[in-house]
Design a protein around this ligand. Structure first.
Ligand SMILES: NC(=O)C1=CN([C@@H]2O[C@H](COP(=O)(O)OP(=O)(O)OC[C@H]3O[C@@H](n4cnc5c(N)ncnc54)[C@H](OP(=O)(O)O)[C@@H]3O)[C@@H](O)[C@H]2O)C=CC1
Ligand SMILES: CC(=O)[C@@H](O)[C@H](O)COP(=O)(O)O
Ligand SMILES: [Mn+2]
Length: 407
């Protein structure tokens, strides 16, 4: 993560917000709205929510917009005809956006592995790249970090825990050991089922799983928080972003989500970043870094919060965390397989085709079925992702054939 030579301070940043219609995209635009002299919205993207993208384009008047399906793009172009927005579609639209010379800063707010190619293109193009989309980092973070060193891209974490760790580390950095870091502690809310007995997991519905106690987020990450896979993915994400070994990352349950993560130093000091659970804070931090700007969030009132609690995570009830740690230790293709199996299992759960309790079972079966192979090119990673998804579909098919009912 380099700091020099990028538009943090003086130049107006040209923003490309990928996944503009999602939770991260909307929070980013709320921060940008507070600072019209600092940020110009150059490009917005969505996948299928065309009405929402049209409304954003009418407000922000970006030079470029992208949506997945060509026929939807045609409709969008017609309805934005008087705005000057050029509408793109198809597989290379996002790559074209991030490479546009008017774009200095790319906000990666797409969900899942679907964000990998655009994130990759943004890093290759040497942009300032703000990562919320953790799945590409889990799959290929080691390659993205190396690519950033070559291209001069500046990678900044938006994920609240990683942004907190970033804030607790000295800048510029020269590795964790050089900075005297002993370990990184990621906090975890515990999700909506922190106190739910495992015997009740079989009947959990998508609505219950998506009702996160602290954060308002998209459906996929909300389910990940409920299984604790979100923390597992974040453990791997932290290994990638901070070039840490899995053994240097611990997880602690902190139900209030006020401390967003901690860094322990060899001298016994532990630094933490605190704030109300609102993504506009890490987004404002990364957008303005190294400056600090108003984020529009409610100030933290510790007396009103009253108490901060901590617990050890229960990996028996939440095996996804254990599976993710094992994948981090195995390295190579294992994190890609873990992520792919999780995406397919969560999709099936949200479609009421798989019980909540079966999500970790599917992931474990896919991890057992796929050999760990080298992951030293983006092509190899994409191929492993494809095969792991196929395997997950077969495992889920077998599960359904046994007549296990989903809620
Ligand atoms: N929400 C949060 O607070 C946090 C999110 N993150 C991470 O950020 C990412 C985004 O999360 P979140 O904003 O909650 O997700 P949302 O589901 O709210 O938004 C996802 C966005 O990505 C677009 N999208 C979905 N599928 C595709 C696809 N195949 N190709 C291109 N675009 C697509 C959606 O478009 P459309 O609306 O048209 O479907 C939407 O704009 C995730 O990786 C998540 O883990 C990390 C920390 C916090
Ligand atoms: C806001 C954010 O960064 C999420 O990733 C959050 O961490 C989810 O909360 P959990 O700690 O419940 O996974
Ligand atoms: Mn997070």
């Amino acid at each position: 993560m380099r700091q020099e030579g990028h538009p943090g301070r003086e130049a107006v940043q040209g923003l490309a917000v990928l996944g503009a219609t999602g939770s991260i995209g909307i929070s980013t635009l709320k921060v940008a709205e507070l600072h019209p002299g600092r940020f110009r919205v150059v490009a917005l993207s969505a996948y299928e929510r065309a009405e929402e993208l049209r409304a954003l384009c009418q407000t922000w008047r970006p030079a470029l917009a992208a949506i997945h399906a060509p026929e939807t793009a045609h409709w969008l172009a017609q309805s934005l005809a008087d705005t000057g927005t050029e509408v793109l579609a198809g597989p290379t639209a996002l790559e074209r956006i991030v490479c546009d010379p008017r774009v200095t800063t790319v906000v990666c707010g797409i969900v899942g592995a679907a964000g990998l190619k655009s994130a990759w293109a943004a890093v290759a193009a040497g942009k300032r790249v703000l990562f919320a989309n953790k799945e590409p980092l889990v799959m290929s973070g080691h390659l993205l970090m190396a690519l950033a060193r070559q291209s001069g891209a500046q990678l900044l974490p938006l994920d609240s825990e990683h942004n907190a760790v970033f804030q607790c580390l000295p800048q510029p950095r020269a590795g964790l050991a050089g900075a005297g870091v002993r370990r990184i502690v990621l906090t975890c809310s515990g999700g909506p089922f922190r106190n739910t007995p495992a015997s009740e997991f079989a009947t959990i519905t998508p609505e219950q799983a998506c009702a996160h106690p602290r954060w308002s987020m998209g459906r996929k990450i909300s389910v990940d928080s409920a299984t604790l896979m979100n923390k597992g993915l974040e453990l791997i994400e932290a290994c990638r972003l901070f070039e840490a070994a899995p053994a240097q990352i611990d997880v602690v349950i902190h139900p209030q989500s006020i401390i967003h993560s901690l860094v322990e130093y060899v001298d016994g000091s532990t630094l933490a970043q605190l704030g109300n659970p609102d993504m506009r804070t890490p987004i404002a931090h990364a957008l303005a870094f190294p400056d600090r700007i108003e984020a529009g969030v409610t100030r933290l009132d510790l007396a009103a919060v009253g108490r901060l609690d901590f617990e050890v995570p229960d990996e028996d009830r939440f095996p996804c965390l254990r599976l993710a740690r094992a994948a981090a230790v195995a390295g190579a293709s294992a994190p890609t397989v873990l992520n792919a199996a999780n995406e397919i299992a969560v999709e099936a759960f949200l479609a009421r085709e798989l019980p909540f309790a079966a999500i970790p079972q599917v992931i474990e079966s896919v991890l057992e079925a796929r050999p760990v192979v080298p992951a030293e090119s983006i092509e190899a990673i994409l191929e492993e992702d494809r095969m792991a998804r196929e395997c997950a579909h077969r495992v889920i098919g077998g599960h359904r054939a046994k007549g296990v009912v989903a809620c």
